[in-house]
Design a protein around this ligand. Structure first.
Ligand code: FAD
Length: 395
């Protein structure tokens, strides 16, 4: 009987196991995950789970009925592709096909490791440690005005904490969006009563305080570091599996790695996008849901599919629903569709006359239409697209 072993019991790993069964795979399927908890969904961790309005976010999947063996609380320490074997604390595990789905890990703030009161937000355990911080309404300093920082700041304000966000760049989301698009988001922080300090760097963190480069001392009952995440691939050192510049597993367009019978999916892997002509490393939920269908069909091997998604993600911050589809590059033409000082607006990016990406704030219909327009590379009239009263699909 053929044995598929999946490392990582997050969305990508679990969905790969489910997709294998859906596509008729009859061999054994084993999912090995380091975390002890039943597999769960991460987006609620910075939203309902953090605020205590949801208890947890465990996946509603009957693993036993699907014939999926879960081995939880087991950390995989290495892989020897030539032997088709994994190493774990509980001993070696043999595989015929191996899927790497180890996700990503938060980047830590140098010098803050081990300081009491310093948190990251990636796992259920992290969220559970942060719940009392919110309930006790501590003064909170958030380091990083990215997606996680904004969502945590939103929840902390909702809970009644005093919140300061420290950001090294001159604006929020500097890594994700061009200056003119991110600029209006600065006002969201002020409107929510969050003190946003841009062009500010943390020099030192002590229990109870954060010190900035300019000497400012910020009182901090808790510090939440949200400065990005890095693929969790350190355990692959010495395996010979090729990694990229962001430490990610380099997958091909069928999600195969450089080692025979080893595949990779989700936050831990990048793939070459035919649609965008560059390699993409996507750290968003939809990629961990879509990728598994492709990787499962590649593993089964009968109808290997090409993975070339239109990336999609959303964020809920400061009372706004932010959605993004596609992938923009520096040369793309930027078109405003609506006024960014109002509650609902959209930005379109065009390349060669067609939509390459779209950001929608409170305009889910634009987003839904954009996904289809990008998928089909339909030419778009920039003048019509700029008019928010005309449906995008008619532009
Ligand atoms: P992960 O979910 O990271 O799962 C990987 C698993 O592998 C982990 O459980 C890890 O413990 C395990 N593992 C790692 N190394 C080993 C090892 N050596 N041995 C065994 N197990 C190992 N995306 C959106 O699009 N919208 C959102 O609103 C959104 N909100 C988010 C909020 C938070 C707080 C976080 C953290 C993420 C959010 N995301 C959001 C991103 C989304 O959750 C991720 O893209 C998704 O979880 C990736 O799934 P994955 O399975 O690839 O990785």
């Amino acid at each position: 009987e053929r044995r598929v072993v999946i490392v990582g019991a997050g969305m990508a790993g679990v969905q790969t196991a489910v997709a294998l069964r859906e596509q008729g795979f009859t061999g054994t399927v084993t999912v090995i995950g380091a975390e002890p908890h039943p597999p769960y969904d991460r987006p609620p961790l910075s939203k309902a789970v953090l605020l205590g309005t949801a208890d947890g976010s465990a996946f509603d999947i009957d693993f036993e009925a699907l014939g999926i063996a879960l081995r939880l609380g087991v950390y995989v320490t290495g892989v020897r592709p030539a032997d088709h074997e994994l190493d774990t604390a509980a001993g070696p595990v043999a595989y015929d096909s191996l899927v790497l789905a180890t996700g990503a890990e938060p980047i830590l703030l140098p010098g803050s490791e081990g300081v009491p009161g310093v948190h990251v937000l990636r796992t259920l355990d992290d969220a559970e440690r942060l719940r009392p911080v919110l309930a006790e309404r501590h003064d909170v300093v958030v380091v990083g005005a990215g997606w996680i920082g904004a969502e945590f700041a939103t929840a902390a304000r909702e809970a009644g904490c005093a919140v300061t966000v420290v950001e090294a760049a001159d604006r929020p989301l500097a890594g994700a969006l061009p200056a003119e698009v991110a600029a209006p988001m600065t006002a969201w922080y002020a409107d929510a009563g969050v003190a946003l300090r841009t062009r500010a760097r943390v020099r030192r963190v002590e229990p109870g305080a954060v010190f900035l480069d300019d000497g400012t001392r910020l009182p901090a009952g808790a510090v939440v570091v949200g400065i990005g995440a890095r693929p969790a691939t350190a355990w692959l050192a010495g395996s010979g599996i090729a990694l990229g510049i962001h430490h990610e597993v380099l997958a091909d367009d069928h999600l195969r790695t450089s080692a025979p019978d080893v595949y990779a999916v989700g936050d831990c892997a990048s793939f070459p996008s035919g649609r965008y002509g560059e390699r993409l490393l996507v750290h968003h939920w939809d990629n961990a849901v879509q990728g598994p269908r492709t990787v499962a069909s590649t593993v089964i091997g009968e109808t290997p599919a090409v993975y070339d998604p239109v990336p999609y993600f959303w964020s809920e911050q400061f009372g706004r629903f932010v959605q993004y589809a596609g992938h923009h590059a520096p040369g793309d033409e930027l078109i405003w569709r609506g006024d960014p000082t109002t509650p609902a607006w959209t930005v379109c990016w065009l390349r060669d006359g067609a939509l390459s990406a779209l950001l929608a704030v409170g305009r889910p219909r634009d987003l839904a239409q954009a996904r289809k327009l990008i998928e089909s590379s339909t030419p778009l009239d920039p003048t019509l697209a700029a008019d928010p009263s005309i449906p995008l699909k008619k532009a």
